[in-house]
Structures are given as C-alpha cells and as structure tokens.
Design a protein. Structure first.
Length: 230
C-alpha cells in the first residue's frame, strides 16, 4: 500500500507540478505520455471517489515534489486506510439507503423489508403452502436476470437457457427473502442492498464490484419442500 501511494504521487507530478494546467503544451512524446498517465490516475481517482477535490490532490503532489508535506507518509497512510475501510463504505451505505428509499417513495408498487430489500411483486404465484418456499432446506428452481444499479446486465438465465436449482440456504440472503414472498409460478422484481447480495467481496467472475446494489428479476419456477422428500 505504501509503495502504491508513493508511486501515485511521483507519477502524477507532471500533471500537477504547476498551476494553470490548461496552459501545458504537449511538445514532446514524453509530455504526451505524462499527460496520459495523469488521465489514467485521474480516472482511477474518480472511480475511487468522484467527490475528491482535484486541487487538493494537486497540492499534495506539489508539496511532495517540494519535500514539504503537511503529513508524514505514515500519517498519510493511516488516514488513507481509515478512509478506504471506514469512511468511504459509510458514505456508500448512506447513498444506497437514500437510493432505495427514493425508489420506494417514487413508486408505490414497491415495498421495503426490515433488511432494506425493496421489491414489487409482478405475479404472486401459487399460494398453496407446498408451493411457497419457507425453509432453508427447501429446494427452488429459479430463472433470473441480475443488473447493477446503473442498469448494466451481469447475468441472465434466460439468455443462457438455463434454470438455477438451489437449496434456499445457498441463495444470497436478499434472494432468499424475496422468493419467500411469492409462490410457484410467481415473479418478483427486487432491489438488494449490498449486504443482502454479494457484500464487500463482490463477485469478480460475474463482474459484480464490492458493495454493489443489485436489481433482480426473479421467476420462481418450482418449489420442492424438504419435508416432502422424507
């Protein structure tokens, strides 16, 4: 982490070493490469936190280049780790809470559970008790589409032509909670807070980032009650 922190500062000196960045001329190949490096670093910083004060970033680079920083490297590293591990996740959680609350407020067809799962039932399905999953050992067959909060599709069982068969206990908590609200043949559209989906780990294979709010379109194809198999 310390090495990465230093590299970001050193590489960025070319982009922020003087005021009035708009007047910088790209006269040589080296100048162009320096500008490209600055672009990449800027893009990475915006992905990390789009609210960052760019002028403060540049001031930190100028101070580091001059050998006159306001914090020691140890102090800077400690603060950075606290920001990434505590402050930033808390900001993301607050944004997510407001995002889901706004969905429920703006569309009365949506309801929210105590865990923050925000859903609307399209088709209620069979309401016979044997057709509604209620135990972790029940087995369900599902088809679903998963999207990120910006609408990007990360998985569709319809496009893959498959059906997910799983014990309830193996499903993500928010999915498990959602399918309990419908019966066999039912459909539900549901927003899952990150903690009810893939959490801080995300899922690199699916392309789901850490702390991602997800949108599921779920069809409950079949239910096999665990006590019916005994």
């Amino acid at each position: 982490m310390k090495r990465l922190f230093i590299v970001l500062l050193v590489v960025s000196v070319a982009a922020c070493s003087r005021k009035g960045g708009g007047s910088v001329k790209l006269r040589t190949d080296v100048d162009s490469v320096a500008y490209i490096l600055g672009m990449n670093i800027g893009a990475n910083l915006m992905r990390m936190d789009s609210t960052l004060n760019i002028e403060a970033v540049c001031r930190g680079i100028r101070d580091a280049a001059a050998g006159d920083t306001r914090l020691t490297m140890a102090e800077a590293q400690a603060y950075y780790l606290r920001y990434m591990n505590w402050i930033l996740p808390e900001k993301a959680l607050a944004y997510e809470e407001q995002f889901l609350a706004d969905i429920a407020k703006s569309n009365r067809s949506y309801a929210r559970t105590k865990t923050g799962v925000t859903y609307t039932v399209g088709t209620i399905g069979d309401q016979n008790p044997n057709a509604i999953p209620s135990y972790d050992r029940d087995t369900v067959s599902l088809r679903w589409v998963i999207r990120t909060a910006d609408g990007a599709q990360v998985y569709s069982s319809y496009e893959r032509g498959d059906t997910i068969r799983s014990a309830m206990s193996a499903l993500r908590p928010g999915v498990r909670e959602s399918v309990k609200l419908i019966g066999k043949g039912g459909r539900i559209d549901t927003w899952l807070p990150a903690k009810e989906a893939y959490g801080a780990a995300g899922d690199a294979e699916l392309g789901i980032g850490p702390n991602a709010t997800l949108y599921y379109e779920i069809e409950l194809v079949d239910v096999v009650k665990w006590n019916a198999r005994r």
